[in-house]
Ligand binder design. Sequence first.
Ligand code: SF4
Length: 208
Amino acid sequence: MNAVAQIRQTFRPFFTPMLTLMTGGSDEQRSKNQNWFRLILRSQRKGRTSLPFFLGLTPTDFYWMAVGRRYRIHDELLQGIKSKDTQPVEDTRQQLLDMREDEWVEIRDLLVSHRAGLDNSEITMAGIVAAACLGGSHLWRDLGMPDRASLKDLLAGNFPSLVTLNDRDMKWKKFFYKQLCELGGGYVCRAPSCDVCSAYSDCFGPED
Ligand code: SF4
């Protein structure tokens, strides 16, 4: 791990709680996000997501969402965790995420830059969505959500200006990577415009 990644790893656990102390937040927004969190966590525990055990969050951030003041997640969803710092031994999805941490950070930061700003749970949701972007299916499937419409609700509630930018209803993962491309990242499109691109059907169209 390089020095920058090491610093990120060191300070990530404190990022969200520190902001919480500084700014507080909206009860309604946090409650909505705790519901999304519970839905995604249930799917993960049933093996229906591409997410690691802690959903791509640090154990500290995971617990901040799972056992916060206003919401106590049912014990069955937390089984297997013996202490705050315990992580399952063979979490290959977490290992894959660690290998692609720079990519995870870029997507997470893109989402955070468009957050609604109502509550810091938006930052943790950005981390979960970014982790699911590293999976191999459609984003709503990798998050274990029931359908694409639910995903849009989650994104619109947390990152409204980013959803507005997707005015051609591009597939969400492709859209995020295209945003990174336009911001000067390394995810180069194959053509000067979508309309003349041979990969058009990869980026647009239904996500069944
Ligand atoms: S259709 Fe082609 S140009 Fe448009 S976002 Fe996809 S890869 Fe990039």
